[in-house]
Design a protein around this ligand. Sequence first.
Ligand SMILES: Nc1ncnc2c1ncn2[C@@H]1O[C@H](COP(=O)(O)OP(=O)(O)O)[C@@H](O)[C@H]1O
Ligand SMILES: [Mg+2]
Length: 352
Amino acid sequence: MKMKVLIVFGGVSSEHDVSLVSARSVINNIPADKYDVLTMGITKEGVSYLYTGSPDNLPEGKWLENPEYLERCVISPDREHHGIIHIGSGETERVDVVFPVLHGKNGEDGTMQGLLEISGIPFVGCKTAASAVCMDKSLTNALLDYHKVSQAKWVAVNKFDFTGEKEKFAREAADYLGFPIFVKPANAGSSVGIRKASDIESLVDACDYAFEFDKKIVLEENITGAEVECAVLGNDEPIASTVGEIVPCNDFYDYDAKYIANATGLYIPARLPDEKIEEIRQKAVRIYKLLGCSGLTRVDFFVRESDGEVMLNELNTIPGFTSISMYPKLFAASGIEYPELIDRLILYALEN
Ligand SMILES: Nc1ncnc2c1ncn2[C@@H]1O[C@H](COP(=O)(O)OP(=O)(O)O)[C@@H](O)[C@H]1O
Ligand SMILES: [Mg+2]
């Protein structure tokens, strides 16, 4: 008998649209001989539907256009259900495993993972705690400082504490970090809310802007160097892919450079000596284990130009997952093709 997989997409997240594109690829590439696939979409407002239409209609929200393919349903937290509840009929339907293809808040940050842990349904990817830590850049940074992992100098601040002493905070941060400074919402992704500030005035503006996306923000010293990414896969004995390099077509790897401009350079493997690539792979696995990741995570670094220091940037526990995204491409380059990658991820979910 085939296993029943529930693929979840969309979500109340600034990365909703990216999820639609990732999920289309997963649905189109999951080995059909092994899995029965159910697809569940969560709207930007947080309303969930079982979706029975074509995966090709996911991007740009077209999946919501035809009510014929939509049926209200929810994931049940009840372990006896071990699946979904059809709201109309009240019937339950068992699923064997969930693949959350959700990026950012309410999907990649431990919240969906918490629901799935309560439900008792195995699911692809990191558990609740690792998801939450990797999603929140200030938690990631603090924990990795503790473990002496090299990363940019940083400070975090809450909206309440920032408001009222903006200039003072900005001046102190600038004294410590030096310009330019990256300002990021603590919890976001796809470069949403991120700006690079070059003086006190633009720093205050960048902080105000980042606070539109989160109540906590992170400021970081600028690292000049190559931007590289390593894909990690597995549970207790994770494996690392080769390393990929990104050459953003804009000043930094912002939303436009990621998804719109279509001119960002991508090198697999990265244009680095073999020893450096090996060092990055080993660091990626070490960090993956330190933060308690499981299933998959993409670990992103800078290789500082001045001295070759490998510095962690961030972890993505549900990285972009289209067939041309870095994570699947890195494993394809390492001999694991996209459908096999999905298959392995599901096996790791069941093992966990
Ligand atoms: N400390 C930094 N030094 C230099 N560039 C940075 C730094 N932090 C972020 N960037 C640039 O901004 C981009 C987005 O930042 P990142 O922390 O990866 O956020 P997101 O989670 O939105 O991807 C990075 O890919 C990189 O190009
Ligand atoms: Mg990033």
